[in-house]
Write a protein that binds this ligand. Structure first.
Ligand code: PGA
Length: 254
């Protein structure tokens, strides 16, 4: 039997979807259907403007809140940006950084990702650091090289106690929003290399770091992915927008 060392984490990335009313309805449905009553830790990442309405809809629920991005500077003239402190103050305990959409569409580099993660740690917010290769990189056989380079660059200034507060998400870019998923074995192979690299960098604390898989995680593939030894949870996009499918993925951890 595959006994998980780490508590599974299922995070729903809502991206730029939902109105305040739809968000409140989805949260109510998740609570009613017992999202937090399984063995997994459950977190949702709504757009910034929906954080307050989602928090209000949560009541006393144990579902956690994440932001989808932040700026690395403490404050300043950065129109349109939100700081780590503001993310924390809004009620988020997690924040996604380095999502491939931010890397590809908004020019976010691994160096910037590292600075954002550091800023979050200084506010006691857990960064969810995303890494992943493009299709061209996979086809040219450079998946591991790319993923490790992204990880190293993002975590370069981290100490052993910092890393214990970080979550890593492996999301192959070609699997995000495409309906194509890495096979459980292909995903596990990359997760094992990420785990080994983390242990090499931070031998005393890396054991506690959760490494999530993301990229078209759905109710019908979640169980097989989550059964893999080094897959500690999932970062779910499309399937987190519907209470039924998100709950099925949460249930797949048990
Ligand atoms: P997807 O998105 O589940 O819709 O592929 C995952 C993500 O972007 O985090």
């Amino acid at each position: 039997m595959n006994v998980k060392l780490r508590k599974p984490l299922i995070a729903g990335n809502w991206k730029m979807y939902k109105t305040a009313r739809e968000a409140a309805e989805l949260v109510a449905a998740l609570i009613e259907r017992g999202a937090e009553k399984h063995g997994a830790e459950v977190v949702i990442a709504p757009p910034f403007t929906l954080i307050a309405p989602v928090l209000a809809a949560m009541g006393g629920s144990r579902i956690g809140l994440a932001a989808q991005n932040c700026h690395f500077e403490k404050q300043g003239a950065f129109t349109g940006e939100v700081s780590a402190e503001q993310v924390r103050e809004a009620g988020c305990t997690y924040c996604i950084v380095g999502h491939s959409e931010r890397r590809q569409l908004f020019g976010e580099t691994s160096e910037i990702v590292g600075k954002k993660a550091k800023a979050l740690l200084s506010e006691a917010v857990h960064p969810i650091v995303c890494v992943g290769e493009t299709l061209a990189e996979r086809e040219s056989g450079s998946t591991l090289k790319v993923v490790i380079a992204q990880l190293d660059a993002a975590l370069v200034s981290f100490g052993a106690s910092d890393i214990a507060k970080v979550v890593v998400a492996y999301e192959p870019v070609w699997a995000i929003g495409t309906g194509r998923t890495a096979s459980p074995k292909d995903a596990q192979d990359v997760h094992a290399v990420i785990r080994a690299r983390l242990l090499q960098m931070f031998p005393t604390t890396a054991d506690t770091v959760r490494v999530l898989y993301g990229g078209s995680v759905k109710p019908d593939n979640a169980k097989a992915l989550l059964a893999e030894r080094d897959i500690d949870g999932a970062l779910v996009g499309g399937a987190s927008l519907d209470a039924g499918s998100f709950i099925s993925i949460i249930e797949a951890t048990g």
